[in-house]
Write a protein that binds this ligand. Structure first.
Ligand SMILES: Nc1ncnc2c1ncn2[C@@H]1O[C@H](COP(=O)(O)OP(=O)(O)OP(=O)(O)O)[C@@H](O)[C@H]1O
Ligand SMILES: [Mg+2]
Length: 463
């Protein structure tokens, strides 16, 4: 954030000063977790279901906070008091970013791969200038302004993930920090429960490109018709990315190695360059092209860009994190979250890695599918059969349709087990896994995290 006095903070958020004359200056970061407060920080106190941030206000000041933004006075604490701290943090972010005229704001949305793509964009832009693109999935009405407030006078690029649980959410986030570059990765069935239809999701994701100015740039996935159709919804210049012939930034001759890492020829209006990604999964091709398009807009020359693409690494955890255990088992930790599209992407990566190896898929429940819950799980089960995965572990009764559809599929030639919970899965895997196996672990948030953590902790030796 730009340095602001508490009086200026109060002015920005329409708040009232209490316990301070307002002259203290916020020079540090804005935090809602008091443990993260450092000297000169601003602590935002929220009243949650279990925790009341105001109880930590005094501690935040002891830790060096210049003041506290909250919804009631705390005796002895320099406060800016507002009716709604969530609206206030958004207002503060808006004011802060408006005072950074040289900052380029990049917004990223999509159904799967927002965080992954944001992480790639952040790494490429960091080569051009100071960049704020923190790890993780800070894409909602709290994480988003919190990230915006990380940008200061030195920052040149701010990369923001934008999530939508309903119509209007992305427009709201775009009003906090208006982007000039917008990236739409894809449209799928993530959170379909809240939207009703894939078209409803496309309408909501498209709010990002509607928010772009005429001198802005919309980076759209040429391979996803619901995304490329957004070209008509923006005043900005459109850059299409993908493998389609009409893509402006294109990948040709995509090939995967034994670790599911893609190499391709990067084709841009300026030339052709070989690229070899260090990240696993064919879906990283599209993500990397979107990041490449943004980096080109920021002025990274193609030759340098092609080399930089090869140096991209994972930033946020549990997304296509491939590791080898000492016992010769390779684990693909893609357990952060799951929907049918991202599970398909991960299963295809597993199949690519398992050409000469035994493949094991450990799949958990996929949440937020609404009416498509059953069909979404069944679709995944059929794909497991089609890709000839050798062993399937389906974790939890809620995910049973994966097991049912896989085993009912005429192409199924493997073995499938439906296990009650993660602990049972861990026990079975401990007995089952042997050198050479490749294991994919995936499910919606928390559904398979214990499994993958156990696979990581346990070198695989029989207990
Ligand atoms: N382009 C893509 N297509 C399909 N799946 C993808 C793509 N990029 C990443 N994934 C996979 O989707 C899952 C979620 O990835 P990521 O966290 O990047 O997405 P997100 O859109 O930020 O998700 P969330 O809505 O949870 O914030 C991971 O398993 C990841 O490997
Ligand atoms: Mg995310």
């Amino acid at each position: 954030m730009i340095p602001l006095t508490l009086a200026e903070v109060a002015g920005a958020v329409d708040g009232r000063l209490a316990g301070t004359d307002g002259t203290a200056t916020v020079t540090g970061t804005v935090e809602y977790d008091s443990r993260k407060i450092g000297p000169g920080g601003l602590f935002v106190a929220f009243v949650g279901e279990k925790v009341d941030g105001h109880d930590y206000a005094a501690r935040a000041v002891e830790a060096g906070a210049a003041g506290v933004l909250g919804s009631r006075e705390v005796p002895g604490v320099p406060m800016v008091v507002v009716a709604d701290p969530l609206a206030a943090i958004a207002a503060l972010a808006r004011v802060s970013v408006r005072r950074l005229p040289d900052l380029t704001v990049v917004g990223v949305t999509g159904s799967s791969g927002k965080t992954s793509t944001k992480d790639l964009i952040g790494q490429l832009l960091a080569r051009v200038g100071p960049t704020v693109a923190p790890p993780g999935s800070l894409n909602n009405e709290l994480g988003h302004p919190h990230t915006v407030l990380r940008a200061g006078p030195q920052t040149r690029f701010l990369v923001l993930e934008k999530g939508a649980r309903g119509p209007g959410h992305i427009s709201y986030l775009c009003r906090i920090a208006p982007p000039t570059i917008g990236v739409v990765v894809n449209v799928g069935v993530a959170h379909i429960g809240e939207f009703g239809s894939v078209e409803g999701i496309a309408t909501a994701k498209g709010e990002l490109v509607e928010a772009l100015p005429a001198d802005g740039v919309a980076v759209l996935n040429a391979d996803d018709p619901l995304v490329s159709a957004m070209a008509t919804r923006t005043a900005a210049r459109v850059v299409l990315v993908g493998e389609a012939a009409d893509a402006d930034v294109r990948a040709e001759n995509v090939q995967l190695d034994e670790r599911g890492r893609a190499s391709y020829t990067l084709v841009t209006p300026d030339g052709r360059h070989p690229v070899r990604l260090g990240l696993s999964g064919r879906h990283q091709v599209g993500n990397s092209l979107a990041a490449a398009a943004v980096a080109r807009e920021a002025g990274l020359p193609d030759a340098e860009l092609a080399a930089a693409l090869g140096e991209l690494r994972l930033v946020s955890t549990r997304r296509m994190d491939v590791f080898d255990r000492p016992d010769g088992v390779t684990v693909v930790d893609d357990s952060y979250n799951a929907n049918p599209a991202s599970t398909a992407a991960a299963l295809r990566a597993l199949a690519a890695m398992g050409k000469d190896r035994r493949t094991v898929a450990v799949l958990g429940y996929m949440a937020e599918l609404g009416e498509q819950e059953r069909s979404g799980h069944e679709q995944v089960g059929r794909l497991v059969a089609e890709l000839e995965v050798d062993r399937l572990y389906v974790v939890g009764a809620a995910a049973a349709p994966i097991h049912e559809a896989a085993t009912a599929d005429p192409r199924w030639g493997g073995e499938s087990v439906l296990v009650a919970d993660q602990e049972t899965a861990v026990g079975r895997l401990r007995d089952e896994l042997r050198a050479g196996d490749v294991v994919l672990v995936k499910g919606s948030r928390y559904q398979t995290w214990d499994v993958v953590d156990a696979l990581r902790a346990n070198g695989g030796a029989a207990a």
